[in-house]
Design a protein around this ligand. Sequence first.
Ligand SMILES: [Zn+2]
Ligand SMILES: [Zn+2]
Length: 366
Amino acid sequence: MKALVYNGVGKVALEERPLPTIQKPGDAVVKMVYSTICGSDLHIIKGDVPTVSPGRVLGHEGVGIVTSTGASVSNFAAGDLVLVGCITVCSTCAHCRRGMHSNCTGGGGWVLGHTVDGTQAQFVRIPHADNSLYRVPEAVGKKADDLKALVMVSDALPTGLECGAQNARLAPGSSVVIVGAGPVGLAALITAQLYSPGFVVVVDLDQERLDVARGMGAQYTAKPDQAKELVMRLTEGRGADAVMEVVGVPQTFELCQELVAPGGVLANVGVHGEKVDLHLETLWSRNISITTRLVDTVTTPMLLKLFAAKKLPAEKLITHGFSFADILNAYSTFRAASTTKALKVIIDFEQDVQGASGTGVRQNKL
Ligand SMILES: [Zn+2]
Ligand SMILES: [Zn+2]
């Protein structure tokens, strides 16, 4: 099979690899239908994630069809159309039992495309398949555009919801600021609206991304240097109830500290590669909470129901599509987002979903 392989800092290539096989009783092998590229894949290629060894197949998102299962897999069988969760869940370790799947110590957590081979390949082995795959709801159907949009439920949407909207403790009427309008910031914007906030301000340097945010429901947008004035004007000088940092650099984390109201929450979503200043000299007396988290995919079943009910405009996060053979171009386009205007790019393995198995692909009834 063909796979997109990380070969050390700055180097990726499309290579021939042996087909993955069942190694443990809980494994499943999935034939990929659609995948995508994540910002963390770019971090890996830059050398920011030293836990990824050269030779690793990248990717932790996608939709596919189960082709084989280990002896202990009971929820899935060959022919099942499935969503691959970006987090692998052993379900029995102390962290998993608290719902902190990203901290799994039983062979799960963020392992796909990190410490085991991932989803940017024609086939992928999924450890702990019973807890880490999700059958595509029957109401979603098998149309290509719907299954492409569903890929956003692997990572972008649960990250926006869990690390953003939930960790920022949104409530009806909340004043909300989202700093960073990349795919995850926009996923936070989409999921924030599930809470009926009073208003959402989206902050970014890129005017086109701000325009996209308006189209996705942001009432206000601002460049970073105008954000404080706008937020203070909208909140009679108090600041915002909920501020989400979705960039991952010191300047934006510092800006968020200036925007949060007394009693408010600063939810960090961004992946930080360097230390930032924490201004306790101004924050200590103001009842501020700062929250951090890696996505746990605990909301994936809920997001699947919302998606099936057509209440998640996930397709708005997708700007480009590429065949798998053209994945290196997909990387170039995604990396040059400021000029290509890319948000999420879909990788199409050009599989026939309708004819996936003799009896048809099995899906969930809701
Ligand atoms: Zn990701
Ligand atoms: Zn675990």
